[in-house]
Design a protein around this ligand. Sequence first.
Ligand SMILES: O=C(O)[C@H](O)[C@@H](O)[C@H](O)[C@H](O)COP(=O)(O)O
Length: 256
Amino acid sequence: MTTDRRVLVHPDKESLAGSVAARFITKVIDILDEFDEANIVLTGGTMGSAVLAAIRSSPAAQTIDWSRISFWWGDERFVPKGDADRNDLQAREALLDHVPVDPAKVHAFPASDEIADLDEAARVYARELAEAAPEGADYPRFDIMFLGVGPDGHIASLFPGHGEIRITDATVVPVRDSPKPPPLRLSLTLPVIQSADRIWMVLAGADKASAIGLALAGASTDEVPVAGAQGRKRTVFFVDQEAAAEVPESLIAPSY
Ligand SMILES: O=C(O)[C@H](O)[C@@H](O)[C@H](O)[C@H](O)COP(=O)(O)O
């Protein structure tokens, strides 16, 4: 895990989404030069979808060999397939339905009408991760993990003060009392999140300012889960001006 965390500030939501989309396209092309396959973890949330829509609308997206990318999710709302609350549906609508991905490489979490039991759904996704893992590992090498951040500092479906943030002996956890609706969810655990080569957090709006400020000031992961979101190679907070309000000036890198 690296302690190198950068904050890249953008004037507004639109330029934020556009800039992350452009970086994603460039980075994925680099990754596919180096490796046969890339593993990307997607997130729900407003900016997560805005970035995917910006990737879709970029002409440069056509230069990506989408068939070599596997898509995963950091968390999912445990509702029926096709429910507008599903993170995977939002990602499909924003991007995946519009680019030539290999459907077998789109690894959505089970939906509640596919597997009724939440614990079993968590086990099924853990098995899916393990099947795609290199020998001896429980999950694939994640090249880029996108994460949204809640105003309370939650990442994926790991909420402040809830036991799931402390789980280290599983890769996927069932969440039964999410303070953000819907209450039933599935989430990757912190060790899996921290295994990602790159964690890219995209957040906008004044209500996110204190979460990022506290995380960078050294808050505990238990109180502010985003404090624990640190990847192996690089951890970047892509933010708009409003979300950057409480970030110390010295941590802000020039971004454009
Ligand atoms: O299922 C979810 O709700 C998300 O995965 C969650 O972790 C989200 O990313 C943040 O809550 C930020 O959401 P917003 O960008 O919509 O504020």
